[in-house]
Design a protein around this ligand. Structure first.
Ligand code: NAD
Length: 492
């Protein structure tokens, strides 16, 4: 019989078996089969990681930034060399296609590349002679020990929205992967180990709520980054902030796209389908509501229905597959229940993706692309994050009505417009209440040198992940004013 191994933590430069007696099974969602076990580590293991990171911080912050980023150059090369293997691991535990997993790793690598520029990005400023012989300067210093708590849908990329910036700025770090997809970080930490980073600079603690709560309450942790669902984001933001920590929390989403009658319908349909069904709809930037305006209703509805039916669904490792399974049996059941709810609220089920027969994968957690038409704009299906391959169609008469609908939602992660009109595009960009806007394009994760924006209940905090926001998040400013004799030149 195949033995299923339990994953380890990586603390203070060592692979450690957790002391816990609790563990969870990790599944391959295409096969519905257990592939590993993840320990639900304890608060004392979080403390062990924090003590190691605190000790490492003393010398790491004194290591010149130019020297710190040398480890990132090495890590970038290791990630690149092992990209194929990492991508296969992502697909195996998360379900997305191999091409999607490779794209994810590429985005992770790009964040390492951007963080290599931190010697310049964390420069301070100085004003000489604010009064005679007096200079004032602002310097940036690291916070100390920081941590990231991750969701399941991008096990390779999301930790990299934060981790490379954190350590390049001189902080030390703890990663808590999603307990549903812990294998990718296990492999990435094997590469981190090969970089020769001093022990304790980056630590890995597997687990779930007990680990999260220990991170939130640990007095030596100074900064916390979270990505996941909105209810958990709110909890982490408030508990972390109450404990005096710097906290940034990216939450859930319900992303609308508006299609005007003058849009290039062939391109719009292709992009809308990729946005709604890519990663089986399990992206915080996935299109979930398509709002057609005027004449766009008929053409878009026909085209997207055909496209949805043709999507090739299967094991993401298999050649030609365009969409993999969803993450778990629970997720599959939740998505199916929401499809049922939409239909019971009066929507027409144009394409029903529930319980498909996928040849060779009868135990996999599959939901095929699903299209609901004439969805009630104030019904549950139009408001709830489905996080599955379900696109709800709503029809309105004007762009003003469509923008009002976009802005009425609780979330503000992404909104897109498809049009040939420059003035409609400008109006939309100006008025839409979302942190990531697409015009004639589905929004992918922003490039690493832009912040990953997000508004309303899609984000709690101030500074976002990636780019210069990450540098600001992972440093604290110190303003120094100095007086020196201004006639110093005459003394020598
Ligand atoms: P989740 O909120 O269930 O879990 C995220 C993390 O929080 C996990 O590490 C988990 O262990 C921990 N957690 C879960 N419940 C907890 C609790 N009660 N107390 C303490 N910790 C807890 O999210 P998920 O299902 O893994 O990921 C999907 C969600 O993430 C979706 O809502 C999606 O929109 C969101 N997401 C957002 C972004 C973004 O950039 N805004 C990106 C990716 C995913």
């Amino acid at each position: 019989m195949e033995t299923i191994s339990t994953l380890s933590n990586y603390i203070n430069g060592k692979w450690l078996v957790s002391h816990t007696t609790h563990e969870l099974e990790v599944f391959n969602p295409a096969l519905g089969k257990v592939i590993a076990k993840v320990p639900l580590s304890t608060s004392s293991e979080v403390d062990e990681a924090v003590q190691a990171a605190s000790e490492a911080f003393i010398t790491w912050r004194r290591t010149p930034a130019t020297e710190r980023v040398q480890y990132l150059f090495t890590l970038k090369n290791l990630l690149q060399e092992n990209c194929e293997d990492l991508a296969r691991t992502i697909t195996t535990e998360c379900g997305k296609t191999l091409a999607e997993s490779k794209g994810e790793m590429q985005r992770a690598i790009e964040n390492v590349e951007v963080a290599c520029g931190i010697p310049m990005m964390m420069q301070g400023t100085i004003s000489e002679d604010i009064a005679r012989g007096i200079d004032e300067m602002m310097i940036r210093q690291p916070l100390g020990v920081c941590a990231v708590i991750c969701p399941f849908n991008f096990p390779g990329m999301i930790p990299f929205w934060f981790l490379p910036y954190a350590i390049a700025c001189g902080n030390t770090y703890i990663v808590k992967p999603s307990e549903k997809v812990p294998l990718t970080m296990q492999k990435i930490f094997q590469l981190i180990e090969k970089t020769g980073l001093p022990k304790g600079v980056i630590n890995l603690v597997n687990g779930a709520k007990e680990v999260v709560d220990a991170i939130l309450d640990h007095p030596q942790i100074r900064g916390i980054s979270f990505v996941g669902s909105t209810p958990v984001a709110k909890y982490i933001y408030s508990r972390g902030a109450t404990n005096g920590k710097r906290v940034q929390c990216q939450g859930g989403a319900k992303n609308p796209i508006i299609i005007l009658p003058d849009a290039d319908m062939e391109m719009t349909t292709r992009i809308a389908a990729d946005s709604a069904f890519g990663c089986a709809g399990q992206r915080c930037l996935a299109a979930s509501l398509a709002v057609t305006v005027g004449e766009a209703k008929r053409t878009f509805t026909e085209a997207i229905t055909e496209t949805a039916k043709k999507r090739v669904v299967g094991n993401g490792l298999d050649e030609g597959v365009e969409m993999g399974p969803v993450i778990s049996a629970d997720s599959q059941a939740r998505i199916e229940a929401l499809i049922y709810k939409g239909a019971s609220e009066g929507a027409k089920l144009l394409v029903d993706g529930r319980r498909p027969q996928i040849s060779g994968y009868k135990n996999g957690y599959f939901v095929r692309p699903t299209i609901l038409q004439d969805v009630n704009p104030i019904g549950e299906i139009a408001k709830t994050e489905i996080f599955g391959p379900v696109l709800s169609l709503i029809h309105l008469d004007t762009i003003d009505e469509a923008i009002s609908l976009v802005n009425s939602g609780q979330y503000g992660n992404m909104a897109c417009l498809f049009t040939n009109s420059g003035s409609a595009a400008r109006k939309f960009r100006y008025e839409a209440e979302a942190g990531n806007i697409g015009i004639n394009i589905g929004v992918a994760a922003p490039m690493a040198f832009f912040p990953f924006s997000g508004w309303k209940e899609s984000f709690f905090g101030d500074l976002h992940g990636q780019g210069t926001h990450a540098v600001e998040f992972f440093t604290q400013t110190k303003v120094v004013v100095e007086r020196w004799r201004h006639d110093w030149g005459r003394q020598f």
